[in-house]
Ligand binder design. Structure first.
Ligand code: GLU
Length: 279
């Protein structure tokens, strides 16, 4: 199978050293394997995505010396394809509409009668709702118990990365306890959430190897579950270590202290950036 990988930033802020590492590593591995390196713009979060950040992504990556085939896939161009898949999951009874706000979820999780629910895991308030009750502005959640019942568990995937190398087994209790009823359809614009859109795009772009930061290790089990639910192939994953600041904190987009554009402005060369991230 041909080696195809991608770098998939969201244009919600400046690229920093961590992004540079991820993009350069993916690119270098593709070159070494005589494969392909693709760029994908993950712009489903219309509130936070900005055209100027997207323009800066192209500029920074070009400056680093990276090249990719055009046209670049932008998730905002694939909303219709995502809708078809959300409809098919709805027809199978695997998703339900949810109107809960973050505050509703916090309140339900902290209420004594909901003691079984874990922080961060949706307590299931709207799980009884049918698709016929869907209102504009409702999110669509995966009914995780129904989803795990619809596939042959345990599922397996291979991670060749530095963080958790080897084969991983995914179990029903793990999916339910760690993830619960994740959002697959966003409430704001009615398109797919990141977790679903990335799975559909990885298949659409025939990605053989997903190279990305270890912050996405945990969500991988949901993505592998979705691949099985939808009959899609599971790529090989390579979760790499995160680039941290001097205090050991992982770099965040909102902190532009390590923005590539800042280093560029100060006269750093692409070779120096490679050195800074250990490549
Ligand atoms: N868009 C995600 C991010 O910027 C990356 C998702 C992925 O590589 O699967 O963190």
């Amino acid at each position: 199978m041909a080696f195809v990988t991608r770098f998939a930033p969201s244009p919600t802020g400046p690229l920093h050293l961590g992004h540079a590492y991820s993009a350069l590593l993916a690119h270098d591995l593709a070159v070494a394997a005589r494969g392909r390196f693709l760029l994908r713009i993950e712009d489903t979060d219309i509130e936070r995505c900005r055209p100027e950040w997207e323009a800066q992504i192209y500029d920074d990556l070009h400056w680093l010396g990276l090249r990719w085939p055009e046209p670049v896939l932008r998730q905002s161009d694939r909303v219709a394809e995502y809708e078809v898949v959300l409809d098919s999951l709805a027809a199978r009874g695997l998703v339900y509409p949810c109107s809960c706000s973050r505050a509703d979820i916090r309140a339900a999780v902290s209420a004594p009668q909901e003691g079984v629910a874990k922080p961060g895991i949706y307590p299931g308030t709207c799980r009884h709702r049918t698709m016929a009750t869907r209102l504009p502005g409702d999110a669509l959640r995966l009914n995780m118990a129904a989803a795990v019942a619809a596939v042959a568990l345990p599922l397996r995937y291979c991670d060749t990365g530095s963080e958790q190398p080897g084969w991983h087994e995914i179990s029903a209790p793990g999916l339910i306890a760690r993830h619960g009823d994740v959002v697959l359809g966003r409430k704001d614009i009615g398109t797919a959430s990141y977790v679903l859109a990335a799975v559909l795009d990885d298949c659409h772009q025939q990605i053989s190897d997903v190279i990305r930061g270890a912050d996405l290790c945990e969500i991988t089990e949901v993505q592998v579950l979705l691949q099985h639910l939808l009959g899609l192939p599971t790529p090989t994953y390579h979760h790499h270590h995160l680039i941290r600041d001097a205090q050991g904190k992982r770099l965040a987009k909102r902190c532009d202290a390590r923005a590539l554009s800042k280093y560029r402005g100060e006269g750093a060369t692409p070779a120096e950036i490679r050195g800074m991230v250990g490549l």
